[in-house]
Design a protein around this ligand. Sequence first.
Ligand SMILES: *Cc1c(COP(=O)(O)O)cnc(C)c1O
Length: 400
Amino acid sequence: MSQLQHQLDWLKKQGLLRTLRCVDGPQDAWVTIDGAEKLLLCSNNYLGLANHPLLAEASSRAARDFGSGSGASRLISGSMRLHHQLEERVAAFKETEGALLFNSGYAANNGIIQGLMGPDDVVFSDSLNHASIIDGCRLSGARIVVFPHNDMAALEERLIVEQHQRKGRWLIVVDGVFSMDGDIAPLNSLVALKRRYDAWLMVDDAHGGGVLGARGRGSAESLGCLGDIDLQMGTFGKGFGSYGAYVAADRAVIDTLINRSRSFIFSTSLPPAVLAASLAAIDLVDSPEGAKRRARLESNRELFSHILAEAGLDLCGSTTQIVPVLIGEANITMRLSEQLFAQGIFLSGIRPPTVSAGTCRLRATLMADHSAADLRRAAETIIRVVSEGNNERARQDELS
Ligand SMILES: *Cc1c(COP(=O)(O)O)cnc(C)c1O
């Protein structure tokens, strides 16, 4: 135990110790933490659906009608009518033959890659892919070839090299929207490459689903290649305001995963209340209200990133509602995030192992429910706190 404490003390000294903050109330634009009001700038409740009355109502009704638990895994008795309804709805939404639910995005990425790939196969994985993709690759036993972030020439080089010894299946996997940089994968180039080299393409659209594309189908819709992605993975916990995840794909993929995917097979299925909320969320995303919420989020994004970029801050190439501000060192990043918190702005400092050393950042995530006035004030506060931090550092450098 004292050895653990020793490690924790060391993490703390490096600015790497992680602790929890307790949020009172729902995920609104403003939340209460330790009795004080904070502007919430680090929730993935992008469209405001996590606290939408229609979802809460659908959830309560499903709990009343079908109970609180699903009782078993899908392959035993836990494949309830609502699971099948939601899967059909997802397949229609994504325009695929089928869809399969997973209990979370983390479980989905683990289970999809492990279920489809094995030791004779190769996974080509973007260097900034989400941790759950990395873990899925490891679990599969496949050869993992990491290519530099969004670098299509480098990916093609690696495809050419691997071709000489090709035995099994190939999978190229990327985040649709990269969660720590807020940029979008070049999906059209990836589609061309996966065709040229006979690979599957899997896109994790945890941050694009519901949000991007005219109809909220995600990053692939926004780039006009929805029908070209072999495996469309998405989650319900972010833009959709519910919980859980899915993959939409051909029937043969779905049936293979039902038979092979360990995170699907060996886990109790999602409960009725969650499924009903996800169904209601897709309806909302598909409605005029959904379009209005997407438009509000987009204008919030334009406003907020414009002010920060004008001030010369480095936004890591963000083009979406995820807006990081590059700082660099972990201790400084965490101090700035504490200062912002003290001034009523709750956003997260991101540090290793989530991002690589030296690229720590303050990461803001925007919501449709933020007001323009709040975002303007927040952006100005961020600019001031960061520039005071820079001045402070310059003074210290002069002294030393
Ligand atoms: C959040 C996230 C996940 C995990 O989804 P959960 O449903 O929260 O487990 C997977 N991939 C990406 C890119 C994510 O941002």
